[in-house]
Each structure stands twice: as C-alpha cells, then as structure tokens.
Design a protein around this ligand. Structure first.
Ligand SMILES: [Zn+2]
Ligand SMILES: [Zn+2]
Length: 415
C-alpha cells in the first residue's frame, strides 16, 4: 500500500468511527495495519485501534495493540514515539486495574520525554499516574500527580486535558467524601465542554455528566442526579461505550438504594447482576469489587446472609489482588457489621483490627484534630505538600505548618 493511499484509508476510518460506524472503521484500520510496511503508519493506525478499543471497553485488545505499538516505536527508534507508546501501555494497564504496572510505564514515558523534545504528553502521563495511584488509594501521591497534570493543561492551554483532570478530581473527592468538591470539579468539566467542546468527541460530555451525577447523588440532589444520569446513559448507549454504561448502572443502583429505601433491593438487585456480567467481560476489577459490595448490601436487606458473605469475600479477593486499600477498608467494615449481628466474636475483632490498620496506613485522619478524614461528608483542604486536612482545622490553626511533614507553610494548595 502506497503512502498516500494508507493516509487516505486511515482518514476514512476516522470519519467512519466518528460517524458511529465502528465496525467498518475497525475493519479498515486492520487492513491498513496488515498491508502497511511503513513503521510510522503502523504506529499511527495502532494508535487509532487503541483509542477505539479503550472506548468500547475492550481493554485486553487495547493492551495487545499497545504492546504492538511499543514494538513499532522501537523500530522507528525515536523517543517521542516510544514515550507515546508507553503512555498507551500505561493506560491499558490502568483500565485493567493493573495499577503497579501502569505506574511503572508512566515513569518510562516521563523519562523518555525528559530526553526528547516532546513535552506535550507530560500532562496526560501525570493524569494516568494520578488515576493509577488513586486505584491503589495512595491519595497524597494521586493529588500531586493531578495537580501537575492540571498545571500542564494550563501551560499548554489544553482544555480537553483540563476537563479530564477535573473529572478525576471528582472521583478523588467522592472517595474522600468532600461532596462539595466532588460536585464542583465535574461541574467545571461540564462548563469546559459547554464553552470549548463543540468539536470534541461526545465522550467528554458523557464523562462530565456521569461525574456530575455522582456528585449530585452524594449531595442527595436526586432530580439533578437523575438528569445527568440519563443524559450520560443516552450518549453511552449511542456510542456503545460499555465502560460508561456499567458505571452508570452502578450509580443508578445506588440511587435506587437511597431514593426508594423501601424494598429498593428488588429494583437494584437485577441491575447489579447485569453490571456484574459486563464488568467481568471488560475487566474493570475495581468496578467489579464495588458492584459485589452493592450486591452484598442488597442480599443483607433481603436476609440472605450467606449470599451476602459470599459476595463480600469475592469483593475482598478482588480488592486485595488490585491493591485498592479503600475498598478493602469498606469490605472489612461491612463484614464486621454482618458478623456482629450473628457472631462469632473472633471474626468481628479480626475485621475491626484490619479496619484500623488500614485507616492508619492510608493516613485517613486529620493531623490537627486527630479525627477521621473521609468517613462522612466534610470540607477538606490539601496543603502544597498534598497532606489533607479538615478545612475548619486549617482555619483554626494559624501558621503552625503542616503537622505531618512540618516543612511547609500553611498556604492552601491548588485544590
Ligand atoms: Zn481536623
Ligand atoms: Zn505535609
């Protein structure tokens, strides 16, 4: 295939893909991949395949193409290409919840960029790094990476990146239960889509609506939560975006749990079953563990204790394998509740001990007042060192410096 012909085919594929003719686009790109002898063309078409498979939730295929792209970049023998390929490899591992691998590939990408001219990827790498750290519940590290990603977004005037970082900040604050910030950042993302997103892929709109739905749900603003939920689901269905569909289903389940408290489990349970089959298929293990915990709560409400315990222990196994400590903490909390009601006391003690060990390890307490951070809705504020405190404790403590690391001023951090 000649150079010009290859380029035309790739462009044609992109148009098909943007027009929702995904299958035809994929066929075309695979032909280019097979016939092209030029390595940079192979590299570019692999990039298209990686993005498409990521959006469809086919993460194992995404990983396979990322590995092929690394090989192509090695043959081209150029730092920029290799840095980009490592970023894709990191993202594939992030999607499959292989967070340690994702982190080390991000580092490879960053090292390569130090030696080459292409700094344009740095912000995206820091975003991926922050997401992977959040997956491991390393809150401080993840905050540092998100802030760096945001700085690059501002530096390069990259609104799409800024939009994605705001959504990640949304997830961050949902986990730490500062619900005001959990809504503030996704709303900022939605504003960016409204102001600049005329030509962006609709997935940005769907993503910001999803994160807003979560924020509204946390604040018990049901009508707005439902609106965002429906808007996001509409786009996700239209685009065959299965990863988004599955997390939306989980949000809807949790909403049923809160809005229709009476017998909600009858509505929520089939949805959990449906989302479980999709998460297993796409390989999002964190969502899998979260859905299992939701299912366990439904079973408990229906007095099916053995089924609940089964779901809890499966959730534990996944959270442990992935290394998500916050999920482990939730598992121990729920398990303790179940055992407290029916004994034996030995198991209750075991779960309480593990729960407190994890709280200690995650530093989920405020260095000023010593009370927990992230156990209920409270305003939080990070310092420039990325240690996190209650906002009220920071205000009440003048200029004593950070009690955790004692080396920084009390000037509030960026977020
Ligand atoms: Zn405090
Ligand atoms: Zn500090």
């Amino acid at each position: 295939m000649g150079q010009d012909q290859t380029k035309q085919q790739m462009e044609k594929g992109l148009k098909l893909y943007q027009g929702n003719e995904t299958q035809k686009a994929l066929e075309l790109w695979l032909q280019v991949l097979k016939r092209s002898t030029d390595m940079s063309n192979k590299f570019r078409v692999l990039g298209c395949l990686i993005t498409a498979h990521s959006e469809m939730g086919k993460y194992r295929d995404m990983l396979r193409y990322s590995v092929m792209q690394i090989d192509a970049a090695r043959e081209i023998n150029d730092g920029d290409h290799l840095a980009e390929a490592y970023l894709n490899l990191a993202r594939s591992n992030e999607k499959l919840c292989d967070f340690h691998k994702a982190i080390s590939y991000c580092r490879c990408s960053l090292e390569l960029q130090d030696t080459s001219v292409g700094f344009h990827l740095n912000g995206q790498v820091y975003l991926s790094l922050g997401n992977a750290d959040l997956g491991l519940s390393s809150f401080q590290k993840s905050l540092e990476s998100f802030e760096r990603a945001l700085r690059y977004a501002h530096l390069n005037d990259d609104k799409m990146l800024e939009c994605r970082v705001c959504c990640s900040f949304g997830s961050f604050y949902v986990q730490l239960k500062d619900f005001e910030k959990a809504l503030f950042f996704p709303r900022k993302a939605a504003q960016l889509v409204a102001d600049y997103g005329q030509n962006w892929s609709l997935k940005y709109r769907a993503m910001s609506e999803y994160h807003m739905a979560v924020g509204y749900r946390c604040l018990a603003r049901w009508t707005e939560a439902m609106e965002s939920c429906e808007e996001s689901m509409k786009i996700a269905l239209l685009h065959g975006d299965r990863p988004l569909q599955v997390v939306m289903m989980c949000v809807a389940c949790a909403m049923h749990a809160c809005v229709w408290c009476v017998r909600y489990e009858q509505k929520a349970r089939p949805r959990y079953d449906a989302s479980l089959s999709i998460v297993t298929e796409i390989g999002n293990r964190v969502a899998h563990a979260v859905a299992l915990l939701g299912l366990a709560k439904c079973c408990l409400a229906q007095d099916e204790v053995d089924k609940a315990l089964d779901a809890i222990s499966k959730s534990y196994e996944i959270a442990e394998a992935v290394g998500n400590k916050l999920l482990l903490l939730r598992v121990h909390c729920l398990a303790e509740r179940v055992h407290r009601a029916r004994g034996p006391q030995r198991l209750v003690r075991e779960h309480v001990v593990k729960f407190h060990e994890l709280v200690e390890e995650l530093e989920l307490y405020c260095g000023f007042c010593g009370e927990a951070v992230g156990d209920r809705d409270q305003r939080l504020q990070a310092l420039p060192c990325a240690h996190i405190y209650h906002l009220r404790c920071l205000h009440g403590n003048g200029t004593k410096g950070c009690p955790n690391c004692r080396r920084n001023s009390l000037k509030p951090g960026f977020v």
